[in-house]
Ligand binder design. Sequence first.
Ligand SMILES: [Mn+2]
Length: 349
Amino acid sequence: MKIIHIADVHLGAEPDIGRPWSEQRKTDIWESFRRVIDRCRKENIDLLIIAGDLFHRPPLKREVKEVNSYFRSIPDTTVILMAGNHDYLKKGGFFERYPWNDNVIGLWGHTCERVEIPRLNLAVYGCSYYEREVPEPLYDTIRPSGSCRYHILVAHGGDATHSPIDRQRLMNAGFDYVALGHIHKPEIIAENQMAYSGSPEPVDCSEFGPHGLMEVTMEKDYTLASFVPAAVCEYKVMDLEVDENSTQYDLERLLAGQLSSEEDNHDIFHVHLNGIRDRSVEFDLERLKDLGRVVRVKDFTHPYYDLDELSHIYEGSLIGEFIRRLRDSDDAVEKKALYYGLEALLDNS
Ligand SMILES: [Mn+2]
């Protein structure tokens, strides 16, 4: 049996609002989801598990209709749906009431229910959120039951206000696989047995690193589960090294150069300035953001000091001694330590 496990797609989210690429990011999220559907078709996937928060908020009718047409295009894949804390089941909402295509199974109960898929000799367990927050654990007592060969739990949450999850207990509950949702960063909790797939696409600029899906193969005597990167875009840190001669202009040219070498991909950068800067220089961080797909700029630089002058002023004192010991070092780390230390010492003197 071939399974794809995703979660936290957050269709309808628009990351980086106010930035020129925000609309694109919104489209990326839909695009990423379409790619998952394409993958199901191409790889003859038997089961697509969506472990909650498919939508960014309780979905509109047109969103549900749109998504259903995707599912209709993969009739040989059984799709498992549940509502998470973002797309929770609201009174009068469409999520659970929509006439979904017959390859779609919704786990819409308040508490865990068991659904059999005889074709796959499989029982799937899970429930849905009816509110934004569920402080009580939903999955502490659930155990596989009945005569199916395979048992899969679909669960959403894992923090204090979203169904706390006792990982150890769940690991030992006896499921062949536990498909987790809610945490956007992919994380394999028990090898080949329990994982957060993470979001297929980063939903917020703080979600660094690769995103994608879990691919699971389940056979009579083994389960193999691995993370597959599949996102359109990734948020990355770009480090820029500054020295005491760097000016705003130098920095802009340096950044523009580095950004142009990344032009071919879709990634978005957090730029970090490191090193020593001239004391009189103040970098205009906002201007740097306009040079490309830069979502944040942080200045971690430390001011440069005139060591001759300071040695003279502080001769015989702690600061003077500190300079004397470190100033002639060729070691880059020690040199940094000198300037960082001086900043701290002089701030307090
Ligand atoms: Mn969630």
